[in-house]
Design a protein around this ligand. Structure first.
Ligand SMILES: [Zn+2]
Length: 138
């Protein structure tokens, strides 16, 4: 599956440079998920549910065009791409969990979750809780 994502509005399309009317920037995590290909939505919803349970205190919003959990500062983002979903917990979290992230592609504060592997929701939960404890501003 190859999808093209409009860099302006963040919507995904089957065809590269698909003509469309760029909507207003996405305002909510629900709008973000609804704008993604149907096949990705259940995965994104399960990540949203895991993060909501892990971070009951955080505010859910869009930041940098990505679903974001915020408490005084950004704690964790996630986003859908063509062949993976990325989690953005920041450099320190990726370093802290590096032993458990072998087998996944990581880069500068980012964890890539390929779409052909089950999502490691327990690990995502742990990373989110750790990031909250490390980054949230009370
Ligand atoms: Zn657009």
């Amino acid at each position: 599956m190859t999808m093209w994502q409009c860099p302006e509005c963040g919507r995904s399309f089957k065809k590269a440079n698909q003509k469309h009317i760029c909507g207003a920037p996405l305002q909510t995590v629900e709008q973000y998920i609804a704008s993604q290909p149907e096949s990705l939505r259940p995965l994104l919803i399960s990540i949203r549910e895991a993060l909501r349970a892990a971070l009951p205190d955080a505010v859910k919003r869009i930041s940098y065009k990505m679903p974001t959990y915020w408490k005084g500062r950004n704690i964790i983002h996630f986003a859908a791409f063509r062949n993976h979903i990325s989690i953005f917990p920041g450099d320190k979290a990726i370093e802290h969990f590096s032993d458990r992230l072998k087998g996944y592609k990581t880069s500068k504060g980012t964890l890539q979750l390929p779409l052909d592997k089950p999502l490691p929701l327990d690990l995502i939960t742990e990373i989110a809780v750790w990031s909250y404890e490390t980054n949230a501003k009370k």
